[in-house]
Design a protein around this ligand. Sequence first.
Ligand code: ADP
Ligand code: ZN
Ligand code: ZN
Length: 802
Amino acid sequence: MIAEVIVDVAAYPIDRPFDYAVPVEWESVMEPGVRVKVPFGPRKVIGYVTGIKTESELESDKIKPVLEILDLEPVLSAELLELSRWMAAETIAYEIDALQVMLPAAMRAKYEKIMRVIKLEQLDEAFRKFLGNREQVTLKQLQDAGLLSGAKKYSKEGIVQIDTAVQQKTKMKKVRMIHIPDTEHLEAALADTHPNAKKQAELLRWLILHPSSSLEASEILNQSGVNASVLKTLLDKQIIEQSQVEVYRELDAPKMRDNGKPEQLTDEQQVALAAIEQASDRQQAETFLLHGVTGSGKTEIYLQAIDHVLKQGKEAIVLVPEISLTPQMTARFKARFGELVAVLHSGLSSGEKYDEWRRIHRGEVKVAIGARSAVFAPFTNLGLLILDEEHEATYKQEESPRYHARDVAIWRAEYHQCPVILGSATPSLESYARATKDVYTLLTLTKRAKQQALPSVQIIDMREELKAGNRSMFSLGLAEAMRERLERKEQIVLLLNKRGFSSFVLCRDCGTVVECPNCDISLTYHRSTESLKCHYCGHEQPVPLECPECTSEHIRFFGTGTQKAQEELAKIVPEARVIRMDVDTTRTKGAHERLLYDFGEGKADILLGTQMIAKGLDFPRITLVGVLAADTSLHLADFRAAEKTFQLLTQVSGRAGRDQLPGEVYIQTYDPEHYAIELSKTQEFEPFYELELARRRQLGYPPYYYVTVVHFSHEDVLKAADYAQKGTSFMAERLSPSSFIIGPTAAAISRLNNRYRYQCLVKYKQEPALIPVLQQLLKHYKTNWAKDGLVMSINREPTAIF
Ligand code: ADP
Ligand code: ZN
Ligand code: ZN
């Protein structure tokens, strides 16, 4: 038997299966989808078995054997193996990357350099003492003991050997279980116990009083009050036995509560659900775009549609953007489906993620909720896939494999012949265009579920405020509206739009902005440490006291952060209790949920935060939403800037007036005439969609054209430009004339981490040659250009071009 193995080495010529011989005794266990340890050159690496065959083209003495099988059950199904091939091809990624991204990080191999002793007698005293009776130690251990250089010398002399060891990061949590015989045996043991052995007798009596076939050792010790040595004596006497049992880590129970009862659907909801259920009953792969205004009851439809497929014995995947940000949502699913739900989110430790993955893999749960990578949940009988807030950019992974969760979901739905729901109040232009062309089925919810009106929206021109002498971040209108809410004991959400906005340091005399020495980007001011940081490369420096250009002392922090907004709030409405939510206040585990929970409990009047508060909140007492600096995100060098701004404004407005009390929204801006801002006033998607679509057509952007961007970076600016030119010509010579090739141009961030960046943009409607040409380019780069220090990356359908 020969196993085809994709090895864990991401390098160009290696990105194909290699043949390994399967020792006869393992033939019954060897299957596609299991992980193995194999020799690769001088190394030992982890690999994934992607196929089994009986013959190899290689001569049999060239075929090395599999060294170890790491899984008894495949960790990747036939479906996921096929998906990985498709994904690697579509995104121009290595197959190994496509395989690894499907598994929890804890299952990926960790490689560690170790030192193995060959000639013990030739080691000096210190070394031998350090080793004790160990035959091998890690380089890290050597380093810590200060013996690294000695080890290097020994290695040259052949006294020790330096090797790479593969380590499994996976850790199953285990507990010590005590297995207890029946009462009869315990009574007999008690009768046999020496009268002086009082503690042993005490433990036996306790066990007799608490009949159970097995108990956790820690529980016995805690409750019986005897100490561990007594337990050990009984173990030594073989009266009881013990074993290590694998358990799941307990996740923190959600704080948010939900009654878990399905709602009586509105007519609109009913129509939408019926269409989804029909597709499901017909076992038909169909993609639905569920376009419903904020609060229209999309989530309720998800819940009832899932209920439907669970009744058919099938499983469902629900993707939400960064689930840790929506504890309310998790609580709703847990309340409805209880133990059948696994939650995969970034707030979990890698061990917790691994446990959730195993519960799915073993079929113990039927619903998986999570961020992007949950789309790979190892279900085998999928009945439904859902992407909530389908327009969110976080569904696209921006590192290899650069996949979009939407595409993967649709692929899996084809495989399982089941429906996909893409839900949003503000769909991406691409999805909406597909829905209007019947590629997706459009389902529309025009009304809020509880019949509330959408909030009324006021747009405030901040230039006028300034003219009228108001220099505060808050317009007079918004300040007044806040005071009203405080009096009525209602709640307020304030969004500081920080997208595309940084708090920078500017010289008021010469206009110099302090920039990162490694990147062409301004440094961001951090008040807590009085320092400037680069968010791209991590560079940090103190705030300068004088301008680096003109030595003026009038250099100061410019811009608005959430901290500053909070300080200003304290002046305008000193009585208000404010919860601030931004990267600083949500850094610790669980902080996010706690802050939202407190707000929901009415422990604050104002929730002030960045983008992270714009989504998913469903609190009945919020009646006012204020947006500070609505236009900052319009000025991004990104063709989606208007779309993202409109989406953000609509999302956050949707937080107001979701229950009985009517909602009001104040949008503050310096650019009130911009269509993305003007149209967010009515929160109607179609007029915005039409205008933006016309603009995209004119500029030749998605959804009219597909876009692929290729980045070239090099430490030497001339080489960067030169290779970018070569790469661009390479594509221009091979792609069809109907594709547009733009570039090479300097990237929007033209220097990052001391590397100069150029880009080439390919726009096309149909380009059958695209994937083969990109693959050739990648191959050419890997074999010829990479060794000269060039870094090239290919990104199809980027969410932003920078
Ligand atoms: P969306 O996901 O579209 O923002 P939700 O599903 O969160 O909307 O619904 C908004 C609110 O309306 C929630 O509090 C939800 O419990 C409630 N809701 C949803 N559907 C109904 C219904 N048919 N009848 C009454 N209330 C509903
Ligand atoms: Zn200056
Ligand atoms: Zn930098």
